[in-house]
Design a protein around this ligand. Structure first.
Ligand code: ZN
Ligand code: ZN
Length: 352
């Protein structure tokens, strides 16, 4: 027995998204059924449905910034109950047994195939099906990957916390952004604007690094203590060796050396926005001179995700969003590619 639900997905590579019906499994003892209310549009959704990251089995229903209400729980579920506001992010299963899973870093699960993505992967629960994401009326997810969302947060604006929020929160915590630290956020878009809000709330001196004076002004409103235009060579020179951590959300090719020179002794340049074949040349001497590091981070663990949501509830942090209806998704995709959104589109799934 399964349930048919309405969704918005791509029927084929390069095809526009359209309304379709997809199948959800029945609730297993560890499962939670969620009535999806809002789903953010992440740049990854666009790359995936267009086949930019490899061959896909179509149709694909994307969406991993999922916010909704619990409508049914399996017999063994203890974390949430019917009526709770919950979120689901990029992952829906991990092995639970490897070193990463046991140490609480299940997002890096080392079992064959790694953790199961929320959409566009073979679905182990329904052989012959593909996992389908949150641009849909309903989703069934195992309890471990369902998170409680503080009820003081606006639901639509909280949806992007499930990918953009955790993607920035995890490296900020890992590299100990906080009082006394200077943290740069390079690129002020869907990811970067969350980085500014989170780094500021963590107590770090937060600096927006952008080429755009307009984005710089917006960043100040989001909580940046300072803005440095990376095109202003004098300002970049004056900022040399000031930063403990720079998180780069820059998605396209760029020279890393101007950023590396901003790091102080032992400082880290952490990449979270690199996609596709972007190249980032750098000088080894710039690393050696001050024991600087280049690192990377991808989303975050289940433990960190709940911690991030609780932190956002306490500090009343959500994304800045533009709410759209299901029939505006294709248009929204074009605007995301053009960088024309402040800062995240969220689909009102009641319109599907
Ligand atoms: Zn995402
Ligand atoms: Zn594992």
């Amino acid at each position: 027995m399964t349930t048919q639900v309405r969704a918005v997905g791509a029927p084929a590579e390069k095809a526009p998204l359209e309304t379709m019906e997809i199948t959800r499994r029945d609730v297993l003892p560890e499962d939670v059924r969620i009535a999806v209310e809002f789903c953010g549009i992440c740049h990854s959704d666009i790359h995936t449905v267009r086949g930019d990251w490899g061959d896909m089995t179509y149709p694909v229903v994307p969406g991993h910034e999922i916010l909704g209400t619990v409508t049914e729980v399996g017999a063994n579920v203890t974390k949430v109950k019917v009526g709770d506001t919950v979120g689901v992010g990029c992952l829906v299963k991990s092995c639970g047994e490897c070193d990463y899973c046991i140490s609480g870093e299940d997002h890096m699960c080392s079992a064959p195939g790694g953790p199961l993505l929320t959409y566009a992967e073979p679905d182990p629960y329904m052989p012959g099906h593909t996992t389908q994401g949150g641009y849909s009326q309903e989703i069934v997810v195992t309890e471990r990957f369902v998170f409680s969302v503080p009820t003081n947060l606006d639901k639509a604006a909280a949806a992007p916390l499930m990918c953009a929020g955790i993607t920035l929160y995890s490296p900020l915590k890992f590299w100990e952004a906080g009082p006394g630290k200077t943290v740069g956020i390079a690129g002020i878009g869907g990811l970067g604007h969350m980085g500014i809000k989170l780094a500021h709330a963590l107590g770090a001196h937060t600096v927006a690094l952008t080429t755009s004076p307009e984005k710089g002004e917006l960043a100040k409103k989001l909580g940046a203590d300072e803005v440095i235009l990376t095109t202003d060579l004098d300002a970049m020179k004056a900022a040399a060796e000031r930063f403990d951590l720079i998180i780069s959300t820059l998605p396209s090719d760029h020279d890393m050396d101007p950023f590396l020179k901003l790091l102080n002794r032992g400082g880290t340049y952490c990449v979270v926005g690199a996609v596709g074949n972007a190249t980032h040349p750098f000088s080894l001497v710039n690393l050696m001179k001050r024991k600087r590091s280049i690192s990377g981070s991808m989303i975050g663990s289940t433990r960190e995700t709940q911690e991030m949501l609780d932190f956002c509830g306490k500090h009343n942090i959500t994304a800045d969003v533009e709410l759209i209806s299901a029939d505006q998704v294709n248009e929204a995709y074009e605007r995301v590619i053009a960088g024309d959104v402040q800062f995240r589109f969220v689909i009102d799934t009641a319109t599907i």
